[in-house]
Design a protein around this ligand. Structure first.
Ligand code: GRF
Length: 192
């Protein structure tokens, strides 16, 4: 991977589709001296993403692209990323699968957070599946994005115990709390 570190913080975009609690958390982290990244752009595939409000709140440029035409959306996203000199991308609850052509253009510079102990439970509805299978352990994973869904090299992982009283909702809450610690830790790990 091309060396990204330097005196200045690395210009980073966060891609979201939903609530944006990870986005908010990463923005707050990015303001700290120890953060190697600055958040300069928020991208979403839908203007219904509640998390877009954090872009406004923190005065960060935001842009919504219509991924119904994926090719065009990716092309327009790429043009904007280049224009804004974005060097690093954090996916945080982004519900679209990026094409391998797009990923190749940012090879090794796109990371994602997933609410399971990958390689277990790739894809959606992880907490429902974990509870259904009566697992005793779950967690979250930050990984590089490659052409295969939730399959890139793992950067950091956190294990979380499941209690017999947990249900998918309580588990999602527990895991999200850990995600908020794990994502910044993974970013620090990458650039240190
Ligand atoms: C998180 O659980 C993340 O792991 C998954 O989508 C959820 C996004 O939550 N990829 P939020 O929008 O950051 O609150």
């Amino acid at each position: 991977m091309e060396k990204l570190t330097g005196l200045k913080k690395i210009k980073t975009a966060v891609f979201i589709s939903g609530t944006g609690s990870n986005l908010k958390n990463i923005i707050k982290f990015s303001k700290l001296k120890k953060s190697p990244v600055s958040i300069d752009l928020v991208v979403s595939n839908t203007n219904l993403a509640k998390g877009l409000k954090y872009a406004d709140q923190f005065k960060i440029k935001k842009k919504v692209f219509n991924f119904k035409n994926c090719k065009k959306a990716e092309k327009d996203t790429y043009i904007l990323l280049k224009k804004q000199k974005i060097k690093f991308i954090c996916l945080a609850g982004f519900m679209k699968i990026l094409s391998k052509e797009f990923i190749r253009k940012f090879d090794g510079k796109i990371i994602n957070i997933h609410p399971s102990l990958l390689p277990k439970y790739k894809g959606l509805k992880t907490h429902n599946r974990v509870i259904k299978n009566k697992d005793r352990l779950t967690g979250c994973t930050v990984h590089y994005v490659n052409a295969k869904l939730d399959s890139g090299k793992i950067i950091l992982q956190k294990k979380i115990k499941i209690s017999s009283r947990d249900n998918p909702t309580s588990l999602a809450k527990k895991v999200l709390k850990e995600e908020h610690k794990l994502y910044p830790a993974a970013i620090i790990k990458i650039f240190n």
